[in-house]
Design a protein around this ligand. Structure first.
Ligand code: ZN
Length: 217
């Protein structure tokens, strides 16, 4: 049994009395009203949302799924089944590799998403600025946060796909540093885990084939 995950879920259920847990062989399902708290511009924002978390028992080697209900249909980053695009796979893997905690994951990705959703309902704008949706938004993250060109992103994808990581070779970003001292830190956790690798490559396939159709508009 994944004891750390189980304990974290118990803590979460204590803090969130309106969440109920269901369990099957492979996953924990948490469903109900979730109350978030978040600091924004020095103020404490709070709110409630009906949500569902699906957390595979092999967490953190799988990224949790998150669903919302009763959302405005012009809100971006929500798929037609209510599942939410919280961030890119790369960003979530990078985070989980450093903080293998469900509670930390929820604090980081879910609270800011629900806050954004509440804000959008009130003001029809995005508090943290708009990001593109679909493949463009995903690609933007890789280009901006990892400081890459589209060609360098592709090179990174094929390095992961072909298992061609060599720590001593020069990084594909043009920094002239060795890979292991540069973007290697980012791609190594992806290469070392078959689940992460599959999720990353599925997303890369969507980005590189410019598949925006998966999105709710
Ligand atoms: Zn680099």
């Amino acid at each position: 049994m994944n004891e750390k995950l189980f304990n974290e879920i118990q803590v979460l259920l204590e803090e969130q009395p309106l969440l109920k847990m269901l369990e099957n062989e492979k996953e924990y399902i948490l469903e109900g009203i979730y109350k978030y708290t978040l600091e924004f511009n020095g103020c404490i924002a709070q709110g409630n949302r009906k949500v569902r978390f699906i957390v595979l028992k092999n967490f953190p080697i799988n990224v949790p799924k998150f669903y919302v209900f009763d959302y405005p249909n012009d809100m971006e980053h929500i798929y037609t089944d209510g599942s939410v695009c919280l961030a890119t796979i790369g960003e979530m893997i990078y985070f989980l590799n450093k903080n293998a905690s469900l509670i930390a994951f929820i604090d980081k990705f879910v609270n800011s998403f629900i806050f954004t959703l509440d804000w959008f309902e009130k003001y029809k704008t995005y508090p943290f600025g708009d990001r593109n949706h679909g493949y463009k938004g995903l690609l933007d993250y890789y280009l901006n946060d990892l400081n890459l060109t589209v060609d360098q992103y592709k090179e990174m994808v094929f390095m992961i796909y072909d298992n061609k990581y060599r720590g001593h070779s020069q990084c594909f970003c043009g920094s002239k540093k060795k890979l292991r001292n540069c973007h290697g830190n980012y791609i190594l956790p992806i290469i070392q885990n078959e689940n992460y690798k599959n999720m990353f490559l599925n997303e890369a396939y969507m980005i590189l084939t410019e598949d925006g159709k998966n999105v709710n508009k």
